[in-house]
Write a protein that binds this ligand. Structure first.
Ligand code: SF4
Length: 379
């Protein structure tokens, strides 16, 4: 099993809350960048071998900033070394306001079968606070265009906890998204990141976040509204119609190996005993060009057997299904109850974890305080 991630760090305009490795006004770099990513794929193929991948995820950044011909050159170049398997899930992220029918037709032709779009909110004032370049109506137009182009698997992102957002606005945003009948929805709580313009506004008191109680109520609204609409929650922030869970992300949460290509992209190669080696590309243009041109070593982290055991719990407990104790034991040669027994039991007795059908999972109450549960498991 292998997953492939491609990072495209180009955006039309930088959103006010975003600290991802992405920049606006850098389109002149696209041709060189495409060559570098293809060369990086070739270098990895020399050590890993040419191999077909189970999932492809093209993220960023805003991949829809790449014109159709450049997207085609990039993906055809990378797929010479890491082609998608015939039944692969192949997602590309796109932003409303940057999509054209020509672009959608081009990515369909390349085999893309899942489109993930950032809607974020239905209200113009909230989209402005976030610094988004589109309106909610743009998202609706893009979603309709994607359907016409043949996309049967559409995912939308929404954000709650935005300064100025009320519960009523949040419910309106959920209703707006549901009217577009996406197969998948991600609902993220806003995290103000250091160094972003939005965070500076919050620090200076120009903006105020909704209080914690309201934010929790918004999350609860998402759980009930989406459940009523036929979406299963399969991870803390992710909801899907049956069989439409994002296979690529489930791969991350179940610690499948992945290859990340492009600036700031990370790869994870499994090691014996359940540990892994994680490599991360530099997150600036010059550094990335250097590691590709000179075949220089990337930043490397060795995840030990013990760290991997905790990572399995940390990632597995994000999912509503939980951690499979049989897979855990097969991976680490040690039962989860031997490793974490008394702590798991104590959390279970306090109603924060449940143990059922060979899986350990967080209860609803446990999900609310997931970080404290993990700290307790780590001690
Ligand atoms: S479009 Fe996405 S990656 Fe680009 S700035 Fe906005 S949030 Fe960040």
């Amino acid at each position: 099993m292998m997953e492939l991630y491609l990072h495209l760090p180009f955006c039309r305009q930088k959103c006010r809350y975003c600290d991802f490795a992405s920049w606006s006004g850098q389109e002149h770099r696209i041709p060189d960048y495409i060559n570098q990513v293809i060369r990086e794929a070739q270098q990895h193929a020399q050590t890993l071998g040419v191999q077909a991948v189970d999932t492809v995820f093209v993220g960023g950044g805003t991949p829809s900033v790449l014109p159709p011909s450049m997207m085609t050159s990039l993906l055809e170049g990378v797929f010479r070394f890491f082609p998608p398997k015939p039944n692969a899930e192949f997602t590309i992220e796109a932003n409303p306001g940057t999509l054209t029918r020509e672009w959608l037709d081009a990515i369909r032709k390349l085999g893309c079968n899942r489109l993930s779009m950032g809607l974020q909110a239905a209200q113009p004032q909230l989209l402005k606070t976030l610094g988004r370049i589109h309106t909610a109506e743009d998202a609706a137009v893009s979603a309709r265009m994607a359907r016409e182009a043949g996309f049967e698997n559409l995912s939308l992102d929404l954000i709650f906890g935005i300064p100025g957002q009320t519960r009523e606005m949040w419910r309106e945003s959920l209703d707006f998204a549901l009217a577009l009948s996406p197969e998948h929805l991600s609902c993220y709580g806003l995290i103000p990141e250091e160094g972003t313009p939005l965070n500076a506004d919050l620090d200076a008191g120009r903006l105020t976040l909704p209080d914690e109680e309201d934010e929790r109520a918004m999350y609860d609204d998402a759980l009930s509204i989406l459940a009523n609409a036929g979406y299963d929650q399969y991870e803390i922030s992710n909801f899907a119609k049956p069989d439409r869970e994002c296979r690529h992300n489930i791969g991350y949460w179940t610690r499948e190996p992945y290859l990340g290509l492009g600036l700031a992209a990370a790869s994870c190669f499994l090691a014996t005993g359940g540990g892994c080696i994680r490599e991360t590309n530099p997150s600036n243009w010059e550094g990335y060009a250097f590691v590709v041109d000179k075949k220089a070593p990337r930043e490397q982290e060795i995840v030990s057997h013990e760290d991997a055991q905790f990572e399995t719990l940390m990632l597995g407990l994000r999912m509503t299904k939980g951690v499979d104790e049989k897979i855990y034991e097969a991976t680490f040669g040690e039962s989860i109850s031997v490793r974490y027994g008394s702590r798991l039991k104590s959390l279970q007795q306090r109603g924060l974890l449940e143990h059922e059908g060979g899986f350990w999972r967080l209860t609803r109450r446990g999900m609310d305080i997931q970080n404290s549960v993990l700290v307790e498991l780590m001690e």
